[in-house]
Write a protein that binds this ligand. Structure first.
Ligand SMILES: [Zn+2]
Length: 119
């Protein structure tokens, strides 16, 4: 996930930005609007290492037939992530799990109502 953090040289606050194209992206301060920003790299490294660990865990051989379109399969995988990363992911991850559980419920309901649109 290309998240970069920048510290504002005017107000000193940190803004994080999801950057898909670093060549054209101009960081700005979300607090005061300044473009006088200094890139921070420390936390990005932590995120990258976490991402690479998640990628390793997402190896299909670990999960059998993992199907990212299937909420039940996703939930199963996220339960394993939670066991491994619970402390690092914290509340955000708990909310993510709850969201997936809701998705499973609504998915189950819609499956009983809809029999077409399988695309
Ligand atoms: Zn600022």
């Amino acid at each position: 996930m290309p998240i970069y953090e920048y510290r504002c040289l005017d107000c000193g606050k940190v803004s994080d930005h999801l950057v898909f194209n670093r060549d054209s992206f101009v960081p700005f301060c979300k607090h005061c609007g300044s473009k006088n920003m200094e890139k921070l790299i420390s936390r990005v490294r932590v995120r990258l290492s976490l991402d690479s660990r998640l990628e390793k865990m997402a190896d299909p051989s670990l999960f059998g037939s993992f199907d990212e379109e299937d909420p039940k399969s996703l939930k199963r995988m996220m339960d394993k992530f939670g066991a491994e990363f619970g402390d690092e992911l914290g509340d955000d991850f708990d909310e993510l799990i709850e969201g997936v559980e809701e998705e499973i419920e609504s998915d189950t309901k819609s499956n009983t109502q809809e029999t077409k649109d399988a695309d």
